[in-house]
Design a protein around this ligand. Sequence first.
Ligand code: IDC
Length: 331
Amino acid sequence: MKNINKKLYIIFFMLCGFFFLLTANSASASSISKNGQLQVKGSQIVNKNGKPFVIKGVSTHGLSWYPQYVQKKAFQSLKKRGVNTIRLAMYTEEYNGYCNSGKENQKNLEALIDKGVNAATSLGMYVIIDWHILSDGNPLTHKKEAKTFFKKIAKKYNGHKNVLFEICNEPNGGEGSWKNIRSYAKTIISTIRSVNKKAIIIVGTPTWSQDVDQAAANPLNGKNIAYAFHFYASTHKQDLRNKLENAVKQGLPVIVTEFGLSEASGNGTVDTKEANKWNTLMNRYKLGRVCWNLSNKDESSSLIKASCNKTSGWKMDDFTKAGKWLFKSYK
Ligand code: IDC
């Protein structure tokens, strides 16, 4: 009798272990194995079966500023909170930017991107590689560097079903016009397509990626091209929501590749009321969205409290007001 009991116990524990592994595995397989290569269909981002897929992302701060969060444990902690996409923001000019900090630093940044892509891939998450122009408002300024960079990484990540390319974060100023963006995008899209046929390419729009109306009026040719729209809830309100909604209604595929709850400065008041209104709109159109930013910098757009030095395994209380709102909305 005793022996039978013992055997039953062993079988029971083995079964528990088996089910644990099974669920742990299916959780880690997650988005990519289920959804595969994302595509653009009409105004919608869809999965490999043509079903709408909603990107729920978090953007790093500048890779040179906060490299410590680019690692698997950090991404895994985000995944547990409903995040399915990581955006790797690589500034071109600001603070050790890719285009003005020398070859050695370029290698460091590429290695960091590689670490980020591999971490996301092993977790079954999508990853957006973001050419983060900002003070260089005209994307044509660094067209040559962008061409070399995108050729290299498009080749490197060809066959990765989970990599998306964002080719110019936020064009702005007079030279960041749709005419210049279009011309830049044509070049970079054909550069990427010469080695990578399928990955979604996201094109920034004028006025810090707000003027999606201009892209809707004269979109680019080609498959799997989407357009970036950015907002900061404490600054941008109903008139900008109308602009977004009109463009989507016209059939423009839009991804909100960056948004914050703070003011456009990245700091100041966090407006959850306006953020809720933005959320309602994004949910209505199943728009992908990526929140700025994964760091503990002492500014209100950061998702982690300045007092918290953990780089993974965060508790709800480690998050700022913006962070708490975000992870509640993603769950
Ligand atoms: C901000 C960061 C801030 C950093 C600054 C550099 O939050 O810590 O010092 O960039 O200029 C954007 C940009 C994004 C900005 C963010 C907030 O894409 O780079 O980050 N923002 O200002 N567009 C609208 C807001």
